[in-house]
Each structure stands twice: as C-alpha cells, then as structure tokens.
Design a protein around this ligand. Structure first.
Ligand code: 7RM
Length: 633
C-alpha cells in the first residue's frame, strides 16, 4: 500500500525513514503498483551526468495503473467529471470502465495510423475530455506526448513540434472559452505552414462543429478515426526509464526546453504526492483548475488522481464566465472536496468581493490548494476565510515542471499552515539552501538558493535533444545538487518560504516565461534595436511584464508602436507574454563588459528607484537618470 500519512508523528517518522534509506522507502511505495516485471535495483544515480534511473529494468505501463487496475474495484465510479464552459451545457462523466474503453479506442486509432512506441505526438487542445483520453492513449501505446498549451501562438507551437520532431498533431476545431470563440485548428494550420515537416497527420476533434477547412490527405476527423475502433487495446510494455512525456518550459536563456519525464518514477511520485497532499478519500470529488497544457494539469488532473482511483474534474471554462462566481458555483454543484488553483485566480476573484462566494454552499470543501507562484498573505487570508470558512487547511504547494510533482507543501490536517509558506518537504525530498559562494547555509531563520541534494523519483531526466543543456541549467551551479532557480527562506521552525526566481525567469499569472524569450520577440519589430524585459510586482498577476525598448527611428505615434509590439509578441509567443508596459529609451544601463544591468531596470520598474546603488561604474550612467524620469510607474 502507498503510504498515506495520517498524523504529525507519522510524517516525522516517514520523512526520517525516507532520508535514512531512500531506496527502501521508494521501493515500498512502488510495490503498490502493477508492474509487468519488477525492478532489479531501486536507484542508480549520478547528478553529474545527470544520469538518474529509478526502478531499474522495471517494466510497466502507467495506463494499466491509471485504468485497468481500478476496473474491478471501482469500474463504475466516475473517473473524469467534465464541466463545460457554458453552465447550461450538460456535464459529462466517464466512469473508470468507460474511460478505459475510450482510451483503448483512441490507442487503437493512433496505432492504425502507424504511431508506436517512442513516436512523439503533439497536442494542441482546449480542456475537453478527449484531451485526457488521447494523452492516455499515447501512454498506452508507448508514444510520447508533448502537450502544448492552446494559448501559445502558431510560431511557438511550430517551434515545439520541430524540436521534438512530432509525427502527429491532435487538435480541436474551435474552442469556446468564456465569451471567446477561438479558432484552434487555424493555429495548427499556421504552424504547419512554418515547416513542420515531421508531421504526417493532423487529427481534429470536433468540439464546436463550426465550419472548417480540412486539408486532404493530412487532416482526419477524430470521430472518423476513433469511433469504429475496438475498446480493447493491450498496453505496451514500457521500461521504467522510457520517456512518458515531454513538456516545454521556459528558462532564463534561449528557447523553451523540453523537460523529459519517464514512466516509473513519475508514476510513483505523482500518486504518492497526490494521496498525501490532498488527503483524498474514496468518493471525494477533486478539482484542479489548471490547464493540462501545464505540468500541474499533467500531474494533478490526469496522472496523480487517476493513479489513485480518484474522481478528477476537468473544467473547460474560465473563472469569470458567466460571472466571477463560477468557481464557487461549480464547487457547490459538484460538491467538490479538494479544490486546487493558482494565486492569480484567487486575487482576481478576491477583487470581485466576498458576496459572490457567499452565495454558494461551499461546505463540501475539505482542502484548498495553491500552486504556481507565491501566494501573498492577503490572498491566503481571503481564500481561508471566504472559501474555506476557516475550516479547510490551505496547501501552498511548491514545485516545478522539472520536479514532476509537489516537493514542498503542508499536509492538510497534519502539519501546520502559515501564510506565504509552502512549509515542509515531502518524504524523500532533501532540501538545502546554498549561498552564492557555493556553501550550504545551515540553521534556521536563513535565506539562500534552493537546491535538492538527492533525487526523488519524478525528477527530470533530461531536456529533449540537448542533455548538456539539462546538465548546465540544473546540475552545474552546485556540485551534486539539483538547482531549482528559486530563492527561499527557512524560518525558525524549519518551514520553507519561496521568495521567487533568482534567474531571468518571470512568473506572470502563474505562467512561467523567460525574459530573453520576450525580448527576442520584441526585437523582431523592424524599428527595435534592442530591448530588456523585467518583471515587476502586479496586484493580480503576481508579476507584470515591463519592457525597455531602444528604437531606430523616433516613434511618432506611441500608441501605434505599442500595438505593433504587442502584436509581434502575440504572434511569436502568445497573448500571455504581452508586456504590460513599454518604455522607449535611448540606451540600456550596461556594465563595462556590455552586460545589461537588469537589477537597475527591475528596481525602476518596481517603483523602487530611490536606492539603485552605485551606478558610476556603468558604461553609460547617464541613461539611468533618463530611464528613471520616463518610467511608467
Ligand atoms: C508547478 C509549476 C515553477 C516555478 C517555481 C517557482 C514558482 C511554483 C510555487 C512557486 C512560490 C509556490 N511549475 N512556484 N509554485 N512559487 N510558491 N507554491 O508552477 O514550472 O510552471 O513553474 O513557479 O518560482 O520555480 S512551473
């Protein structure tokens, strides 16, 4: 049986055991799954490669553990509960039996097109049940899924398709999101025109049924392909370390990296963390509001819950449609027990007042979760009082695309909670704080750079097609450590508070973005010579995007120029990367070696320009005064 911690003493004991003998601890967790063949060795690792292998030579298929394993015990229980964008459209339910059959049909459909083990399949879909079904279908036949968030642009989609040389794209025709009607397939068509030569077929799921142009020989309707298939499909036998999926995420330099997760360790860790962090009981209704295009959706809408035999809800819409009470209306309607969302959503709904949540019966709620960015004290308190009514522990969960699962979180009802603190490491997670000289910061009440000194089962294995980049980014800052890129504080009782990124990654509404990516997009504008992008505190989004831009020809129409820049960013990345503020400057503060002093730009953007420190050593100290005077704050 998977360990489900029930009290504080047990947390302490389990944590101590997991550090004392990680291999025995994780082997005992792994025992609770269905393996075709048991592993020979629990762990083989070297952070210097990195070369990390969990459950060595074990054979399994994760979908047998998500689906087949539950058929006898809970075949008629709802596995996926789907709530549509339009509250007047009926909810859909798939029991474990039905989901199993649908996944098998889709798996057979993919096989009929020649998709097999190791092939990459790209997804560009809204939050419809077919997305979860097709993702699981890939996993069933050993194909590697690469889900791209459907808010990304055609350019961003094409980049990801090419990087992973995907064989297929699965998309929807259109999508209704709030009041918007979004031409999803059109974006795929545009991406295909950008030289995605590896793509053999585009599979189109009919979602809204609006008129569509299908490219002959390339495009196939999902229903034509899937409907007639057999609901039985033997799962492919996978090695523990075969790739399960690739998910692109932004870093401080260059294009997004394809983070690689493998079958065995990811399975064990997502199930273990789901069970413990959400304290899921049989019969509970669990709802994570994330999009499956992000890691949170992968691990805590699909895999973690299904591995645990849970009822997991998928929501197609947005928090503010038809009004800002939608989340609470859904919680009442489906008697949601565990609710997991992002601080940016809480802040946006908080701004609409407490009358909306007060209209609904939220008494089914037991646990509230937060993920993606630091949750400020005001939002934490509002969530606690107006949604949890003071009775639901808040689990502020810290983790990353690269970690695969939640690494730091309170355990609800077991460990204490404190606003702004993700608090304690989960079993098997060995956190350390490092200083800039490479020394470990010991003791409590200290700050440092957050690192992890021992592998946990769902740590990333590589970045797709570029192993050296993985080593460089995560394993080279400190010897024998995984470097998270976050700064953190350890309080007097050993709780962790995440302060934020220490690199050039910003977090806008919980969406992770590289400032370099946004700069590269802005620089595509004909009149832009150079740009520098920084984050600044934003009341709702957590961080907003501030762009400093040097132009070639003087701009006569500021508003027009702004619009052009936003258009380019939307085209290159997507609307989520649009700068909130654009300041035209004559120069950027640079060191004598030519490096942009972002620290200064960050301070100015954050209206904190009173103490910029010594700027006299800059190559061009005079621009600082100019930038300060023209700042959009
Ligand atoms: C799950 C996810 C990862 C980055 C991470 C942090 C920030 C995430 C929290 C948080 C403070 C939290 N994956 N982050 N969770 N910061 N408290 N509870 O978001 O790869 O997209 O982003 O997000 O900076 O490094 S992610």
């Amino acid at each position: 049986m998977l360990t489900r911690i029930k009290n504080l003493q047990e947390y302490k004991n389990v944590y101590a055991a997991s550090v004392d003998d990680p291999e025995s601890f994780w082997a005992s967790q792994a025992e609770s799954f269905t393996w075709r063949k048991k592993w020979d060795k629990t762990l083989d690792w070297d952070f210097n490669g990195p070369d990390i292998n969990w459950f060595v030579n074990g054979k399994l298929n994760i979908t047998e553990n998500c689906l087949d394993r539950h058929l006898e015990t809970r075949g008629d229980q709802v596995a996926i509960l789907w709530e549509p964008n339009d509250p007047n459209v009926p909810t859909k339910e798939y029991t474990y039996k039905e989901l199993h059959a649908e996944v098998c049909k889709a798996a057979n459909a993919l096989k009929s097109l020649g998709v097999g083990k190791g092939d990459r399949v790209c997804f560009y879909m809204p939050m419809v049940p077919e997305l979860a079904i097709a993702v699981l279908a890939c996993a069933r036949i050993g194909a590697i899924h690469s889900v791209v968030f459907a808010g990304f642009s055609a350019t961003a989609l094409a980049d990801r398709i090419k990087d992973a040389t995907c064989k297929m794209v699965i998309c929807s025709d259109f999508n209704n999101r709030g009041v918007k009607h979004i031409p999803v397939k059109k974006v795929v068509d545009d991406a295909m025109a950008m030289g995605c030569d590896s793509i053999e077929k585009v599979i189109v799921h009919k979602n809204t049924g609006d008129d569509l142009n299908m490219v002959e020989g390339r495009d196939i309707w999902w229903h034509d392909l899937v409907d007639g298939q057999s609901p039985v499909c033997e799962a492919e036998e996978m090695d523990s370390e075969d790739i399960l999926f690739i998910l692109y995420t932004s870093g401080s330099t260059g294009k997004p990296k394809g983070v690689v997760h493998t079958c065995g360790g990811y399975m064990v860790y997502t199930a273990f963390s789901f069970t413990n962090v959400f304290q899921y009981d049989p019969g509970d209704i669990y709802w994570c509001t994330a999009d499956i295009g992000w890691i949170t959706g992968h691990s805590y809408i699909i895999y973690g819950p299904l591995l645990s035999g849970a009822t997991t809800m998928m929501f197609e819409g947005v928090p503010t449609y038809p009004d800002a009470g939608r989340f609470w209306e859904i919680c009442e309607k489906h008697k949601v027990n565990q609710f997991y969302t992002a601080p940016t959503a809480i802040r946006a709904l908080m701004a609409k007042g407490e009358d909306l949540p007060a209209k609904y019966d939220l008494s089914s709620l037991k646990v509230l979760g937060s993920v993606g960015e630091p949750i400020n004290e005001e939002a934490w308190n509002w969530y606690n009082i107006n949604i949890g009514k003071g009775n639901c522990p808040i689990v502020d969960t810290w983790w990353q695309t690269e970690t695969g699962g939640i690494l730091i979180s309170p355990l609800p009802g077991i460990t204490d909670t404190k606003p702004c603190y993700a608090s304690y490491p989960l079993p098997g997670v060995q956190l350390v704080l490092m200083d800039s000289e490479g020394k470990e910061v010991e003791g409590n009440n200290k700050e440092g750079l957050l690192c992890i000194k021992f592998p946990w089962p769902s740590i990333l294995r590589t970045t797709y097609g570029d192993h050296e980049r993985c080593r460089q980014t995560y394993f080279s800052a400190y010897e024998n450590m995984y470097f998270t890129g976050d700064g953190a504080r350890r309080d007097e009782d050993g709780r962790y508070r995440i302060i934020g990124r220490v690199d050039d990654v910003i977090n806008v509404s919980g969406h992770r973005m590289g400032t370099a990516e946004v700069e590269n997009a802005i620089n595509e504008h004909d009149n832009v010579v150079e740009s520098a992008v920084v984050g600044y505190p934003h009341e709702i989004k957590g961080q907003g995007i501030y762009a400093y831009v040097i132009v070639n020809d003087a701009v006569t129409d500021d508003d027009e120029f702004r619009k052009e820049v936003l258009k380019i960013v939307t085209k290159e990345i997507g609307p989520i990367a649009k700068p909130d503020k654009i300041q035209i400057v004559s120069g950027l503060p640079k060191t004598r070696s030519g490096k942009i002093m972002r620290r200064i730009l960050r301070k100015i953007a954050s209206s904190d320009a009173s103490n910029l420190g010594d700027v006299s050593t800059l190559l061009n100290p005079e621009v600082v005064t100019e930038i300060k005077e023209g700042a959009l704050v």
